[in-house]
Write a protein of this length. Structure first.
Length: 346
């Protein structure tokens, strides 16, 4: 893949091969048609910024970008911010309340597909949304959202294939090891993007340079192969991602269920415990990323709760907005609030 600096000695050949393996294994995780649809970077903040820069030449006056307010801030693409077309703007795909839980728990919010409909119009250029909020923990039906966007924009007389070639899926690879991210860009979308590479480098179909100025980071690329190897090791056959994820899901459900049941119990509710996001323990509904607050007459500050767990040890728990600052502002929850502020927010 990276052959424009010629070096055929054995160590270099091995290094190039291992770098290519990182793209190939990541392509399997995405079920991509080709490793050429994969871009590797140092973070999920870097990836949207890369896409934003590559989109600048194709942004037009009055283009609109729909973004979710449930996302990690680093995962929001910002093509309008850096564009020469200053009339381009963002629209917010906001979190809504499931009708049965709004009164009982004002923090049990969701990204509802029906709230996206009125935002779509003839100026919509890109729709960006999370597949699973790192605060809400709810799985978003990606397929249904994409289907809706295509159907509604077709009804507005738009050329869907032309306008929505830049729908991009990305995956965060934040592990206890290399801090990195991978970006999937469908081949026809990739062709529409402006190259960020040196002017003399090839940027045609299959080129790895277009969205990776300076290269992918060779050690990071090879490190990504360990992710696929680990997942394969969890499947009975040793090479089946579906069964591996089924095993992970079952394990997560087993440890998530008792915690959710406690957090939504009458005892916890009366004490002021409120889950942020869906109150379901169904592994088809949510991930085992569980956020909660303690509010009411006797509120407790999040740092104080975490401190108690830290004293016990062997519990992975943290506090803060985790870069989902827009969501916290919308819910009236800010990590700098005092206990009395939380009480007033409720």
């Amino acid at each position: 893949m990276f052959s424009w600096v010629s070096a055929d000695y054995s160590v270099s050949v091995t290094s190039t091969k291992r770098t290519d393996e990182g793209f190939a294994s990541t392509a399997k995780l995405f079920n991509a048609a080709s490793p050429a649809e994969i871009t590797l970077g140092n973070s999920s903040t870097n990836m949207p910024e890369t896409i934003a820069r590559a989109m600048e030449p194709i942004i037009r006056d009055n283009d609109e970008f729909i973004v979710s307010d449930a996302d990690h801030e680093g995962e929001l693409p910002t093509p309008a911010r850096g564009s020469a077309s200053r009339s381009a703007r963002d629209s917010n795909y906001t979190t809504g309340y499931p009708s049965l839980t709004r009164i009982k728990n004002p923090y049990a919010v969701s990204l509802r597909i029906e709230d996206l409909v009125p935002l779509l119009n003839q100026n919509t250029r890109l729709v960006a949304f999370t597949a699973c909020s790192n605060i809400l923990g709810e799985f978003v039906d990606v397929e249904s959202v994409v289907k809706l966007v295509r159907e509604k924009t077709s009804g507005l007389g738009m050329n869907v294939e032309q306008r929505f070639r830049s729908i991009v899926l990305r995956m965060r690879l934040i592990v206890y090891g290399p801090h990195s991210a991978a970006l999937y860009t469908r081949a026809d979308s990739h062709k529409q993007l402006h190259s960020l590479a040196h002017y003399f480098l090839p940027t045609g179909e299959g080129s790895p340079y277009k969205l990776q100025p300076g290269g992918p980071g060779y050690e990071r690329s090879y490190a990504a192969t360990a992710v696929l190897e680990y997942l394969y090791s969890l499947s009975p056959s040793g090479d089946d991602l579906s069964s591996a994820f089924d095993s992970i899901g079952q394990h997560e459900a087993d440890i998530m269920r008792p915690l959710i049941e406690f957090l939504v119990s009458p005892e916890a509710y009366n004490r002021g415990v409120r889950i942020v996001g869906p109150e379901s323990a169904d592994p088809q509904v949510r991930a085992p990323t569980i956020s909660f607050v303690v509010v009411g007459d006797k509120p407790v500050r999040s740092p104080d709760i975490v401190k108690k767990f830290d004293e016990l040890g062997d519990v992975g728990i943290r506090y803060g907005h985790f870069y989902a600052h827009r969501l916290f502002v919308r819910l009236g929850l800010d990590p700098t609030m005092s206990g009395s502020d939380f009480s007033r927010a409720l």
